[in-house]
Design a protein around this ligand. Structure first.
Ligand code: ASP
Length: 539
């Protein structure tokens, strides 16, 4: 790659170094649970106390775990009843003045850790009152609390973490900026470059078969390992938290029909504007096929136009990709500095089961397929794909990584564009081995925690719904967690159970996204290996 020549160090090494340094810096600046300066809290409390006309003060002791304050104080009446005699009562927001300050501070932490419990001593009329305050996800909290947070969110460490997130997001924006034009020009160039469209049909069916088989293999691996490790047996899941994610209202048939609807855009321009990948893919393929069918001068002009646009897009992509080490560094700082560390203990076995299953699929199953079906060295192929895999790991977005995946597959792994331009965008949308595996492990973990052993029949339902959920999940961070509602619903598990696993989702998301991208890339190698239509390409 040209940028490698400039700096002398291969891109994947630079990304790896950025990843390691970002992790170390992130851990070093992890602000922990409480980090608002004491003076700030004291000042805030003073204001609150003056407003409420009492002498309440708060002394925060520690913070761990989470639940929802709303469960405890759902109404103003309940809240008033819970307050000590003679306290100020509730404010307009429905919470006592003294609690607001504490909760604002909690919001500050919730945004980073996803959850919080604060044990604190409140002085009421000179008497200490021990209280536990529990807060759910930041997104559940009233707007004015979040405003408070953005106004007063202090602490240098927190600021560094926020700056890192902003930097990472900028990199992701750049990648997203080029994704749609890259897919369109790449697909049309790829399909229009075929001399006859029947070779395209063969590639299409092979790709779908590859996606189906590898996703089912991933799910089977997940089920085997979760039955072996049994992470849910004896796990103490807090019952009925309120951290329920959207998406539970979707049914299986709804997802399937939605996918088919998505494949046929009523307005292709709208699909482009909305970045609706499935619609864009279908329309670009149809357009490319009809360029071939039209033939003659028209086809020549259009081929040249799209090829030229595609060349420009590739140059632009390479330029943006040279910033990958910076983006990866920022994301790693953010991920490691914002993750609450205490939760890792509670969910250690669950995380281990997910890691193990992902490792088996990515490290054994897929390499065997690359070796025996694609007839390539899996190690060399993985080395070629490493910049994309590390970017997938740090961004947790296969859509975001797509431009990099395409570049690596074509430039470093020498897969022809007519294959990668079709296999990769489709794969980023519907082929998610890591997500499918993760859905299966997570739901069985929850099922084990609630019910002990899980019947084979239920496990089959989990397997099928996990496949559909992975097909329906978008290639963006945490999409798999949102789609999990479908699998939970299919086996009658409470959606609330997701509450506990949200806290560690980011790190698992990073791993499963790398596996998603790795599987798509291996798909390219397999289809290229089986492809004997090189002579069909228009030179
Ligand atoms: N983040 C994953 C991806 O982009 C999807 C998921 O949440 O599982 O591939």
């Amino acid at each position: 790659m040209s940028d490698e020549k400039q700096t002398g160090m291969p891109l994947h090494f630079r990304i790896l170094i950025a990843l390691v340094i970002g992790t170390v810096v992130g851990i070093a600046i992890n602000p922990g649970a409480i980090n608002l300066p004491d003076e700030q809290i004291a000042a805030e409390l003073e204001i609150q106390a003056n407003e409420s006309g009492t002498d309440q003060t708060v002394d925060i002791k520690e913070s761990t775990g989470f639940e929802s304050i709303r469960r405890r104080f759902q109404s103003r009446e309940k809240l008033n009843a819970a307050l000590p005699q003679g306290s100020a009562g509730v404010t307009a927001s429905g919470f006592p003045a003294s609690m607001i300050a504490v909760t604002e501070r909690a919001v500050h932490i919730v945004e980073a850790a996803g959850s919080i419990t604060i044990d604190y001593t409140r002085k009421h009329n000179g008497q200490p009152v021990a209280t536990t305050l529990k807060v759910g996800a930041a997104s559940e909290l009233p707007e004015h609390w979040r405003e408070f947070h953005s106004k007063h969110g202090g602490g240098t460490k927190r600021m560094l973490s926020a700056v890192a997130k902003y930097g990472g997001d900028l990199f992701l924006r750049l990648l997203k900026m080029i994704t749609v034009p890259l897919i369109v020009t790449s697909l049309i160039t790829g399909v229009a470059g075929l001399n006859n469209t029947s070779s395209f049909g063969a590639m299409f069916s092979r790709t779908l078969i590859y996606y189906g088989i590898t996703s089912m293999l991933a799910i089977t691996t997940g089920l085997l390992i979760v039955n072996l490790v049994q992470p849910g047996i004896g796990a103490d899941l807090p019952g009925g938290t309120e951290a329920v994610l959207a998406g539970g209202e979707q049914t299986l048939s709804g997802i399937l029909l939605g996918l088919i609807d998505n494949m046929i855009p009523t307005n292709p321009l709208l699909a482009l504007v909305d970045s609706n990948f499935l619609s864009i893919i279908t329309f670009s393929i149809i357009f490319g096929v009809f360029i071939v069918r039209t033939g003659g001068e028209t086809a020549r002009v259009l081929r040249e136009f799209f090829q030229a646009t595609f060349d420009v897009m590739m140059r632009l992509t390479m330029a943006i990709i040279s910033l990958a080490p910076l983006g990866v560094f920022c994301f790693m700082v953010y991920a490691t500095s914002s993750q609450g560390l205490a939760i890792f203990g509670t969910l250690a076995w669950y995380m281990l089961a997910v890691f193990l299953a992902l490792a088996v699929h990515a490290g054994i199953t897929l390499p065997l397929i690359v070796k025996f079906v694609a007839k390539r060295s899996p190690v060399e192929f993985a080395r070629a794909m490493s910049p994309a895999l590390m970017t997938a790991f740090s961004t947790a977005s296969s859509n975001g990584t797509l431009p990099l995946t395409m570049t690596c597959v074509e430039e470093r792994a020498n897969v022809p564009n007519r294959i990668s331009s079709f296999v990769l965008p489709l794969g980023a949308t519907i082929n998610m081995d890591g997500t499918a595996l993760y859905e299966a492990v997570a739901v069985l973990f929850i099922a084990q925690a609630y019910h002990g052993d899980v019947s084979i029949a239920s496990q089959i339902v989990v397997a099928i719904t996990a496949l559909l959920a992975s097909v329906g999940a978008a290639g963006i961070p945490h999409a798999g967690l949102v789609m999990m509602a479908i699998v939970l619903q299919a086996v009658n598990l409470p959606l609330e159970a997701q509450g506990i696993i949200i806290a560690v989702d980011r790190v698992l998301d990073m791993c499963r996204t790398s596996v998603n991208v790795w599987s798509d890339s291996c798909g390219c190698a397999v289809i290229a290996g089986m492809d004997n239509s090189a002579s069909d390409v228009v030179e």
